[in-house]
Design a protein around this ligand. Structure first.
Ligand SMILES: [Zn+2]
Length: 396
């Protein structure tokens, strides 16, 4: 996705918000309907049936009819795709969308038109609203569809679903393993530790202060709205920083290595929950680790997706249960090998390394170890991530 800041006129802003409202309404109806259907109630309605229902709803509600049919239909198509992603195991179950939270709608087909105005400005077409200007910060990709979004800070963006250009492999035959750590964001088998920028200490402090003030502010007051806006802007900045980091490191790896091996997250999640948490100290520590993990879990999905786009056919997902307990030098697997969260020390050969780097080396070697000690891919695949992002954090 390449994203550009949209500059709608105040009048257009109202129109865009209406589109958001319609898309949200249609989406939420689909979610509600789907959750009502259990296996005892037969098959849930198909996408086609839902489209027919939408036609009926438009006939019954003037406000819905006043909106754009293509945008409403596209919301159903998005939902359909979201359900397929969920059953494919790559995404969470589609949930209700709330007003004011990551709102948006999709423009596709012959409606999706972009025109260049001058060196700095272009404009995109939105049904019923017309041409909306956006600032060109970098080259606009070839467009077949785009998504107009409003973030919690109230900023409008247009995002083009452009697949990043593949990066040429170096041709050295070099393989790298990447482990998603808890303390560091990504550990490479080369020994490099790459950390995704989190909030600065001053930002965390400010965030906590505002959250305390928010708790005291009267519901519906102007003051409350102002504080919410500030919190949203701070989080949006943080999320942007994480996205930038993912783009940088994925390009870097695609350029430096021929084969990139990553752990299969779904499997890792499963083993993690079975094993319980490794870190036992006080409450605050675990809270922080959980938060950290949630951020990383969000970022990891995007990271792997970007890698596969930039290095097509060169990314391998390794079902990597027990990579953190296996010695990358002698192959000994023992729970005692883990001296601490950060340090790996093999009980057999005495090999000592950063725990995440040791895991990354196992991943680089493509060693898939199951709990029974054999190799191969463990059976049950966990479809829903164990860690949900805390409500006050936007996804990457
Ligand atoms: Zn060893």
């Amino acid at each position: 996705m390449s994203r550009y800041r949209l500059s709608p006129t105040p009048g257009q802003g109202v129109g865009l918000e209406e589109h958001c409202g319609h898309a949200r309404y249609v989406w939420n109806l689909a979610v509600e309907q789907r959750s009502w259907w259990t296996r005892y109630r037969g098959k849930p309605p198909t996408h086609l049936e839902r489209c027919r229902q939408l036609t009926d709803a438009r006939a019954g509600f003037d406000w819905l009819k006043a909106g754009s049919q293509t945008i409403q239909q596209q919301a159903l198509r998005d939902f359909d795709q979201a359900v397929r992603n969920f059953f494919g195991g790559s995404h969470r179950r589609p949930t209700f969308r709330k007003r004011g939270q990551s709102e948006g709608f999709q423009v596709v087909g012959k409606n999706a038109r972009v025109e260049k105005l001058n060196r700095r400005w272009s404009r995109c077409w939105v049904p019923k609203t017309g041409w909306v200007k956006f600032r060109v910060s970098r080259k606009v990709p070839d467009v077949r569809s785009y998504r107009v979004t409003r973030d919690r800070a109230g900023r409008w963006h247009v995002a083009f679903a452009a697949v990043p250009m593949p990066v040429d492999p170096p041709g050295t035959g070099e393989v790298v393993g990447v482990d998603r750590g808890v303390a560091v964001s990504a550990a490479l088998s080369t020994g490099e530790l790459r950390t995704c920028p989190g909030p600065l200490p001053t930002e965390t402090e400010r965030l906590h202060r505002w959250q305390r003030r928010l708790a005291r502010a009267t519901r519906g007051s102007n003051r409350r709205g102002r504080i919410q806006g500030r919190i949203a802007r701070l989080k949006a900045r943080e999320a942007d920083r994480r996205k930038d980091w993912v783009e940088t490191i994925s390009t870097d790896l695609a350029r430096r290595f021929d084969v990139i091996r990553v752990e299969d997250l779904r499997v890792k999640n499963m083993t993690r929950s079975a094993r319980g948490t490794v870190e036992k100290p006080g409450k605050q520590v675990r809270q922080k680790a959980g938060l950290n993990r949630a951020i990383l879990a969000n970022g990891w999905g995007l990271f792997v997706r970007r890698l596969e786009q930039k290095a097509p056919g060169r990314v391998e997902r390794i079902p990597a249960a027990l990579t953190s307990q296996r010695c990358s030098t002698c192959g000994q697997v023992a729970s005692g090998n883990r001296e601490s969260q950060a340090v790996f020390r093999c009980v057999a050969c005495g090999h000592t390394a950063n725990a995440d780097v040791n895991a990354a080396r196992n991943i680089a070697a493509g060693r898939a170890v199951t709990a029974r000690g054999g190799t191969g891919s463990p059976e049950p695949v966990n479809r829903e991530p164990q860690h949900r992002a805390p409500p006050h954090l936007t996804g990457v």
